[in-house]
Design a protein around this ligand. Structure first.
Ligand SMILES: [Zn+2]
Length: 131
């Protein structure tokens, strides 16, 4: 996949403060505040930074963890990185196209995939196919 590369200054100019903090500085939105937490429309969730398609609404489930959760991603759309911050061993997920921080993946999902992609709402925008 061709990468989208922009300088930190360019991203900062394009994104609002919270989106920049989460996607480029690997921040986390406060739980139960995200706009896509209880969002159940049919469509696709795309990267807020570059528009790459990341998740289908059919992959979303209600995890009660405070962030939008998915049991799988659109193939090839997400990259995985070992994250040892905060004294935990976690796997960070980023957009494969622009390296935006999305959230983390955990292996405690309730569906057959066993995966829970725990994603910040601010890292996403929603495309219902009407555009
Ligand atoms: Zn992206």
């Amino acid at each position: 996949m061709d990468k989208v590369t922009k300088s930190e200054q360019e991203w900062q100019a394009e994104l609002d403060e919270e989106t920049y903090r989460v996607t480029r500085l690997k921040g986390t939105e406060r739980p139960y505040t995200g706009k896509y937490l209880d969002h159940n429309e049919q469509g696709q969730y795309v990267c807020v930074c570059c528009g790459s398609q990341l998740f289908n609404s059919t992959q979303k489930f209600d995890s009660h963890c405070g962030w939008p959760s998915f049991d799988q991603s659109i193939e090839g759309s997400v990259e995985y990185h070992k994250d040892l911050t905060l004294g935990m061993v976690r796997v960070e997920i980023t957009c494969a196209k622009c390296d935006a921080h999305l959230g983390h993946i955990f292996e405690d999902g309730p569906t057959e995939t066993g995966n829970r992609y725990c994603v910040n709402s601010v890292s996403l925008t929603f495309d219902d196919g009407s555009k």
